[in-house]
Design a protein around this ligand. Structure first.
Ligand code: SDX
Length: 437
């Protein structure tokens, strides 16, 4: 393969040795790797590319989130994640992800008001919860109830109407705290708490999660602020598995509620958003610092399916900047809750230290990711482990819907339909059963 840069355009030329060559344009981005545009490759060469897991494949063009995995950089619409986590709010960051710019004061108030006015759900949805066992995993309930929203909000399912796309986006952002809090309430047999218009987004969620009708509840401002940070850090992350799922689902023209339900289902996996829950189970299993070497050994043993949950990342080959913020937030929350000693945090810090000194992890650039510390904070805040991925889904809904909206506005939108390398049986004719061995 050779590269050529003319005055304006760079191309790469492919040759398979048969004398036939094909010149493919190289498209540069604002930052990060340029891409080789292979859209005409199959038509002109008869070859597919092969990239299971899409390790070297850009599936789309996007202006929303940029990650530099080597430098540990994460930008939402150009703004560094640590600045947003420290200085923004989840709703303001949601506005930024959706519309591309930080809002003016008026825009922020209008957006806040619009979200606040959509936090209630159709009362019929309430009955969906009763169809589940009380011990159903809240992610199972979330997939079901969010998918069922398609059956209620028909006035925001026309994907070709920009206004309906906006209404659906606001509805999803606004109703996820209600739907997720009710999944928790259902699991503990407590009455559902309705959203309140006098509370902020995170305060309202904490209220619906932990208030009971029998007494006043005021969320701790420090915990509400910690939740703002956690939601901001989880809001978007370019073309991760669940976002790619939402985009492929949306590429078929499926309605936004169905697409988000598909994203929730994908996020549930322990290799993805389910890792925060898996980290806590792993730390509980390790139990004490003296058992860390045994588990590090297992994580390195290819014959052992055990992996160090909360470690490693497809893109970050340096510290996940979100893990850095969350490690500091963990200490703040524990101090606020007057938890002097949290063995599980000490264990996590020791595990991180030992792993980052081990050549296996260093060589493979396996660092703590966003899921390594988030569960420790959520557990300290009183969330059950089974709700950790649910909170990840709550926060990521704005990223999914922003990416879905970007795709829906793309005039070049096509249905996502990859090809394959077929290595199965060649053509053969049917043999009647009486003639088979
Ligand atoms: C999220 O994509 C995103 O942006 C996701 C996310 C988001 O915000 O949307 O950031 C959220 O999903 C974070 C990741 C949470 N998952 C975990 O913490 C689960 C543990 N991590 C691994 O399963 C793994 O690191 C992945 C899935 C995260 C990444 O897998 P890759 O990129 O496909 O890497 P790989 O499996 O090819 O691993 C490369 C090598 C392998 O060893 P070798 O074959 O080279 O000898 O590293 C090893 C792996 O065995 N490895 C690990 C490991 N992660 C990778 N070994 C032990 N423990 C681990 N955690």
């Amino acid at each position: 393969m050779s590269q050529k840069t003319t005055s304006t355009k760079q191309t790469v030329t492919l040759s398979d040795g048969s004398g036939k060559t094909i010149a493919l344009p190289v498209l540069p981005g604002t930052a990060g790797p340029s891409v080789i545009d292979i859209r005409k490759l199959y038509g002109e060469s008869g070859y597919f590319t092969y990239d299971p897991g899409f390790t070297s494949t850009a599936s789309c063009e996007s202006k929303i989130t940029y990650i530099d995995g080597d430098e540990g950089v994460l930008l939402y619409r150009g703004y560094p994640i640590d600045q947003l986590a420290e200085r923004s709010s989840f709703l303001e960051t949601s506005y930024l992800l959706l519309f591309g710019q930080l809002p003016s004061r008026t825009q922020m108030e209008e957006f806040r008001e619009s979200v606040t006015r959509h936090t209630m759900v159709n009362e019929q949805l309430n009955f969906f919860y009763r169809g589940f066992r009380r011990d159903a995993h809240p992610m199972a309930i979330l997939v079901g109830v969010v998918g069922a929203m398609s059956a209620f909000y028909h006035d925001s399912t026309d994907i070709n109407d920009p206004h309906q796309r906006l209404v659906a986006s606001i509805r999803l952002i606004a109703k996820m705290p209600t739907i997720t809090a009710w999944a928790y309430k259902y699991s503990v047999g407590q009455p559902f708490m309705y959203p309140r218009n006098d509370l902020g987004y995170c305060e309202n969620f904490l209220h619906m999660m932990f208030a009971v009708p029998t007494e006043e509840y005021r969320a701790s401002p420090v915990l509400a602020s910690a939740l703002e940070k956690i939601f901001i850090l989880h809001a978007d992350h370019e073309q991760n598995a669940s976002t790619s799922t939402v985009r492929v689902a949306g590429s078929s023209g499926a309605n936004p509620f169905a697409c988000i339900a598909a994203g929730i289902a994908c996020l549930w996996g322990p290799a993805h958003g389910g890792a925060n829950e898996a980290v806590l189970s792993m730390l509980a299993e390790i139990g004490s610092v003296d058992r860390i070497p045994e588990y590090i050994k297992r994580a390195k043993d290819k014959s052992d399916p055990f992996r160090l949950m909360g470690f490693g990342h497809r893109v970050y080959k340096n510290f996940d900047p979100r893990a850095t913020v969350l490690r500091a937030t963990a200490r703040e929350v524990l101090a606020e809750l007057n938890i002097k000693k949290e063995p599980i945090l000490e264990l996590a810090v020791e595990l991180e230290k030992i792993a980052l000194q081990d050549d296996y992890f260093v060589k493979r650039k396996l660092y703590p990711n966003v899921d390594f510390y988030s569960g420790i904070i959520l557990r300290a805040m009183g969330f059950p482990t089974s709700m950790f991925t649910v909170l990840f889904a709550l926060a990521r809904t704005v990223g999914w819907i922003a990416q879905w909206g970007e795709m829906m506005e793309d005039p070049e939108r096509k249905i996502g339909r990859p090809r394959q390398l077929y290595t199965g049986a060649a053509h053969r004719d049917y043999t009647p059963i009486e003639k088979r061995g």
